[in-house]
Design a protein around this ligand. Structure first.
Ligand SMILES: [Zn+2]
Ligand SMILES: [Zn+2]
Length: 175
């Protein structure tokens, strides 16, 4: 068994449309490699931080990424045998040791990407933006718009202090 802690740069597109670990950012890896019959069983954790906008207020977010992974990398000459033993292991998702090396990238993608939230928010009660003008509601909690029904707009101009209920009836009768 061999344990190793190291850092690696995040590859391109390491994330979703919303959140990703920026390319080149260092990710911390703790990896344990165990020799098993067919190859090497790799277990570990990956830590990094993903960035992206809050889906409500569009503020930049920095979310910690911390995921465990485990994968069997098979020796090429044992691959056929491994497939016979484990019916579920087809060639597609089989990981092989190539030239005495293992490629962790696809394993890390499988571990991290599905765990990233689809709708990240800066905090659960983020009030977001005004749907009418885009103002940040957090900066202006009393923010609101006088919503005037366009049919009343002309009436407002004529009688700004009129009570809407009574006048609407009159307006409709006059029409
Ligand atoms: Zn927010
Ligand atoms: Zn507004």
């Amino acid at each position: 068994m061999h344990e190793v802690d190291f850092q690696a740069e995040a590859p391109a597109d390491f994330g979703t449309d919303v959140l990703s670990v920026p390319q080149g950012q260092m990710m911390d890896l703790q990896v344990r490699m165990e020799s098993v019959h067919e190859g090497v069983l790799v277990t570990g954790t990956v830590s990094a931080s993903a960035v992206g906008p809050c889906v409500r207020c569009l503020d930049d977010l920095d979310l910690p990424v911390n995921n465990r992974f485990q994968e069997l990398f098979v020796w090429p000459d044992r691959a056929q045998h491994h497939r016979e033993v484990d019916a579920e292991a087809d060639e597609q998702d089989e990981h092989q040791i190539v030239d005495e090396k293992i490629d962790l990238e696809p394993v890390l993608r499988d571990a991290v990407l599905p765990s990233l939230p689809f709708q990240p928010v800066c905090r659960d009660d983020c009030p977001g933006l005004c749907s009418d003008c885009g103002a940040r509601l957090e900066d202006d909690p009393d923010h609101h718009h006088e919503l005037i029904d366009p049919r009343w707009a002309a009436l407002e101009a004529l009688a700004p202090l009129a009570s809407p209920s009574g006048d609407v009836d009159n307006e409709e009768k006059r029409n």
